[in-house]
Design a protein. Structure first.
Length: 347
């Protein structure tokens, strides 16, 4: 049991993760920060949803606290916290007290409260002339809408910023539903690489904006591919941070003609993860017809990115040339805007 605690105990795992990204932080700062993260993880494991999930996989008669430890071992809580600490340090900057700052951001994501959803139940009795409606409520824990949540008495449960911070963590919510409010200027890429378009936008610019929320620097798909390709290379680097080591190894082994976009913005892997686009269009719906045209427009839009009034130029090209002709002209006229690799002349 001591070995299990040393390997998978939430407090011990948090201490190691913070030490790997904090550099030479004082030991008391590391311990206090790790204890703060462990306390919030304790609250997460004590939620009704978590208890039901963990007990369903536990051995009969096993105390719950031991089941939590074995669950943390099987799910490799250490790797989860290592990756999350690297992400927070990378995207939140590197303040003087990194350990405390990273721990504080972890706790903000872990303390998100569940929302309450109203549900209408409609029922009829045989021979009845009216439909009976009963209103009930249910907890929304693993999926949330991107917006402010308020309790029945008007008190604020969550804010939009809290939902975004929690979604950009390895913890719940795992699904966020948003309107056009969330399609521009926000980052959702740290732990998400799939976008479901409930309805299609009117133009390729908006489609690019939506999918650009998850296609960004060190996004989730890139990290999954790096972990698959270089997971055994961690020990070859002097850095303590395993994710900094993986990116370092990948950068050193990239092709000579590859730009600095690899591996930080682009890292395709055969059979690996990629940015996913899902369009749940019904058969014979307008979306089925629009998606093909929208994909062609999106490809042309990306060709002329940076030009003034892109939409007008796209409309002009697509009315006068076929898709094959546009592709041919693209190869002739394309300008490569990728940054050059360090020490190499730009094209």
């Amino acid at each position: 049991m001591l070995t299990l605690i040393a390997i998978a105990g939430p407090g011990v795992a948090a201490l190691r993760a913070l030490e790997r990204v904090a550099g030479g932080a004082e030991s008391n700062v590391l311990r206090n920060s790790a204890a703060m993260v462990a306390w919030h993880l304790r609250s997460l494991f004590n939620l009704p949803e978590s208890i039901a999930l963990i007990r369903s996989m536990a051995a009969e008669g096993e105390p719950y606290w031991q089941s939590v430890l074995r669950y943390s071992l099987d799910g490799c809580l250490q790797s989860v916290l290592d990756e999350y600490a690297h992400i927070l340090k990378e995207f939140r900057g590197t303040p003087n007290d990194t350990a405390h700052e990273v721990a504080r951001e972890m706790c903000k994501a872990l303390k998100l409260q569940a929302s309450s959803l109203s549900v209408d139940h409609f029922s009829t009795d045989p021979g009845a002339t009216e439909i009976v409606r009963d209103r009930g409520s249910m907890r929304g824990k693993f999926a949330l809408r991107f917006g402010d949540e308020k309790a029945d008495d008007g008190t604020e449960l969550t804010r939009t910023s809290q939902v975004r911070e929690a979604f950009n963590s390895p913890f719940w919510p795992f699904v966020v539903a948003t309107t056009s409010v969330g399609q521009e200027g926000l980052d959702f890429h740290t732990y998400c690489h799939a976008v479901v378009h409930w309805n299609l936008p009117a133009n390729p610019v908006d489609l690019e904006q939506r999918e650009g929320r998850v296609h960004r620097y060190k996004n989730h798909a890139i990290r999954k591919n790096l972990a698959t390709a270089y997971r055994l290379s961690y020990g070859s680097s002097e850095t303590l941070d395993p994710w900094e080591s993986l990116f370092e190894v990948a950068a050193n082994e990239r092709d000579e003609d590859a730009s600095d976009m690899v591996p930080y913005w682009i890292y395709p892997l055969e059979g690996g993860a990629k940015i996913e686009r899902h369009v749940p269009a019904l058969p014979l719906s307008r979306e089925r017809e629009r998606i093909s045209a929208l994909k062609r427009s999106l490809a042309a839009y990306r060709m002329v990115f940076g030009q003034a009034r892109q939409e007008d130029l796209l409309s002009y090209l697509l009315t006068r040339f076929t898709e094959e002709e546009v592709s041919t002209y693209a190869e002739i006229l394309r300008m490569d805007l990728e940054p050059p690799r360090s020490g190499r002349r730009s094209r």
